[in-house]
Design a protein around this ligand. Sequence first.
Ligand code: ADP
Ligand code: MG
Length: 291
Amino acid sequence: ATPTAIMVGTGLGAENGILIKGGEYLELAHKVNAMVLDKTGTITEGKPTVTDLIPTEGIEPNDVLHFATSLEAQSEHPLARAVVEHGRKQGMKASTVSGIEAIPGRGLVGAVDAKRVLIGNAKLLEEHEIYDFDRSLVAGLEEQAKTAVYVAVEGKCIGVIGIADQIKADAKLAVNELRRLGIEVWMITGDNERTAKAVAKEVGIDNVLAGVLPGDKSAQVQALKKSGHIVAMVGDGINDAPALAAADVGIAMGTGADVAIEAADIALMKSETYGAVQAILLSRLTMKKIR
Ligand code: ADP
Ligand code: MG
């Protein structure tokens, strides 16, 4: 593109809340033929709330919430904040916790009231050789696009907490438009496959990468690049930053973590999924001008 077209395109972007960090990204974006969207905070609002509390038979719901809030009070994870907020509303008082350990892509381990407590996904429990939990209970939650958080005390699952995160109003429209533009759409998430697929189905995405560990998102982007795609990655989280940097074009959500915004080539002022589509459209328009 001519310098003038790039300048006009960049200016037009800025006016519309699309901050492009260099002319080369505006030029490259029109070639994008695969877009990878992070789930939490990009397709969904990223404001999870507790919707279900299902104790194991013989367990009091308040016991589940007590152990869960005590442990999650030590975490900054969005799911942790949802649990703590729910506990606070129910008047729960957190106990002191010791020996806490965060396990990326899994959850937390620690001691509450001198008991060993685990909170997180099924993989976390399995990795600690706890297999006694009722998966059918959880399947129902996951089919409703909710995330199931398991609570285990002293080697036994005492209950499950269902957490929902609303899908952004324009996510489906954005996916449709990407399809119309001939762009392959992917969803990537650390969340489990069933929840991920339920969210993907609601917005019309067929390609789902679920259960991806925080450190593996960028490898997935690299793999798509190797298979001949020009890849745009859209994300908001700390764990999206390496993938944003690895993509041909990294696009960060306005409400994203500072490191995500820094790692991206294009930063959106707003937090709408459709902003990523607008960035592509702007690039196509800019490149057409000069041909
Ligand atoms: P993402 O941001 O893509 O959802 P994460 O790697 O942050 O990915 O989390 C992946 C999964 O790990 C979550 O869906 C959840 O099941 C589990 N997890 C991680 N941290 C916690 C936590 N503090 N409490 C409960 N579950 C957690
Ligand atoms: Mg996210």
